[in-house]
Design a protein around this ligand. Sequence first.
Ligand code: GDP
Ligand code: MG
Length: 439
Amino acid sequence: LADRLEGAWKKLRGQDKISQSNIQDALREVRRALLEADVNLQVVKDFVTEVETKALGAEVITGVRPDQQFIKIVHDELVQVMGEENVPLAQADHSPTVVLMAGLQGTGKTTATAKLALHLRKLERSCLMVATDVYRPAAIDQLITLGKQIDVPVFELGSDADPVEIARQGVERAKAEGVDTVIIDTAGRLQIDQDMMAELARIKETVQPDETLLVVDSMTGQEAANLTRTFHERIGITGAILTKLDGDSRGGAALSVRHISGAPIKFVGVGEKVEALQPFYPDRMASRILGMGDVLTLVEKAQEEIDLADAEKMQEKILSANFDFTDFLKQMRLLKNMGSLGGIIKLIPGMNKLTDDQLKHGETQLKRCEAMINSMTRQERQNPDLLASSPSRRRRIASGAGYKETDVSKLVSDFQRMRNMMQQMGQGQFAGMPGMFGG
Ligand code: GDP
Ligand code: MG
């Protein structure tokens, strides 16, 4: 998309704002890109209409070119349609949590069953896998083999038993043994088939799952939409797993599945190995579908949010002795405006090795600082040294912000240390807030 959109963008770039006439080329390219990524035609139509409405209604942001603004609108809309945040697997109030797997044959249900079990085991949730695919000769063995690999037990009654009965007894077994989650693997057909649907519906009615996951092969293309509609209408799904994303599919099925069922995609399969399962992140998928490099996103975000002139002024101030808590807060808000810290940091080459925990920690720290600074008087913000010498001021701020006095002390001493460091940096580049993210 990035290449082909270039032409359309260039046209937009010459304009000073987005209008009905200058946006048409760009919309056509978006449409084409989505179809190329195998998003269903109807879904594409709805999507493009929505983007057009949003783009025309968007306020002009000074300092942002219309082409940048447009691509951001497209990206944001994609993220929104796919669900803004990753939705974890359901957990029942009383164990066992029952998960039912559904989908066509060959999509990766059995593999995903084992992947999910391994994922849960790593979260210290015990699992039982139930083999109800009695139609394919090797299906039960396949699950048993996978179970051995990941050290998760498999419940089966051979290939002569009734799948509904296997599922029922499997859940009973999980209950009796105090297993946390029971995952029911089911049979699929090559095509949607009434017998298969009827059997799935009966299994569902019998075991009353907390989660019914549709397993969709991301290479399915246009068909993903019909498939989702049929399964959702007949069985009712609560989520989906998109498999085989390690291939070169652009992942357009993600958009179709979500748009049609409203159910979130919870995981993606990225390989044949049992470890190859990842949580689904809408923003990453949006970039993949659009085919834009993540770095591009970073540049855009930065350009949108930072007024360069302002940044220069700030740099001077940071490097001088006059940097105070008000500036500090401004800096933090700037960072926050740029989206989640995790999102930003991960886009920086070399920084993507930070763990989610470290990133969470950084964000929590920012929130704490902000709360404490908000509880300061203006005088205190302008003159941080006041706080260094007054325990009563620190106590007042601490109780106002809901933290301990030692937290305020730490903020003050961190701040002072940082200010000294900045001053020493002298001519150094504006480099954000060193020391803020350290654990
Ligand atoms: P089922 O018929 O729905 O149970 O599908 P299976 O779990 O048996 O998988 C069918 C084939 O797809 C197997 O060869 C799997 O190894 C393969 N497969 C499953 N998930 C993935 C994935 O995420 N990536 C890749 N490359 N292959 C996968
Ligand atoms: Mg199978």
